[in-house]
Design a protein around this ligand. Sequence first.
Ligand code: OAD
Length: 259
Amino acid sequence: MVDDALIARAASALASARLLAVSSGAGVSKESGIPTFREAHTGLWAQYDPEQLATPTAFRRDPHLVWAWYMHRRRLIEGAEPNPAHVAIARLQAERPNVMLITQNVDGLHGIAGSRDVIELHGNLRRYRCADSCQGDPTPVDLDGLDYDDETVPHCPHCGGLVRPDVVWYGEPLPAVVLGAAFDLAECCDAMLVVGTSGVVQPAASLPWVARDHRAAIVEVNVKPSGVTPVADYFLKGPAGEVLPRLVEAILSPSLSSE
Ligand code: OAD
């Protein structure tokens, strides 16, 4: 359990920032019951390596298999609700206009919790697009009314090509606008709160290092040390759903608000 004094010191560093960036990863959704990317391969899917499935090559080779894997992941996400960590971040944003949020998660739970202007680095599994970007990149596709099931990939209503989830796959670049917004924020923020990421998947893993190089204070919340920990000024060890509500309460406390 993180002690109150450490929470208070970290909260003070975050409360004094003119621009505060929050950067989240799969750990923030863990307490909503969503397995992290690398844990998601259970049951029927245990024989597959997610890093081999989430690639453009795999989709070209066997679109039905990749589609079925994403339908499995979509069901996990659709059955989940925001947990106290998502709610705490949304509360902080509601109270403070200077708090911006970047996430690697594709589950959309930050938005459902009420967070605004979420920079979704890896896309969103609740959105779909034409795999050939036939009307421009991206060409959004609404699945309602399309013919599909777990094994049948829907066809694009514009060009008849295949539809894919609007997420970033291994080997694909992140959308330039999204990536630019995230790195601008990392360069400009005075503090970054990093929650529940292993800090190993690039380019997202570089964000805390860039922020640190620009003299931002770094606060990390994780159940165990990660690739971010070497640059963290404060490491708050514990589940995000327990630590974040306390941290946000401290940031918003009248004593820090009046500083
Ligand atoms: P990871 O699965 O790599 O790491 C999850 C992190 O969350 C680990 O550091 C855990 O210790 C931590 N964690 C677990 N439970 C937690 C809890 N209750 N509270 C706080 N922390 C907790 O997830 P990411 O770093 O988000 O990319 O993974 C990044 C990317 O790897 C994903 O977005 C995905 C995957 O490749 C793409 O799909 C492009």
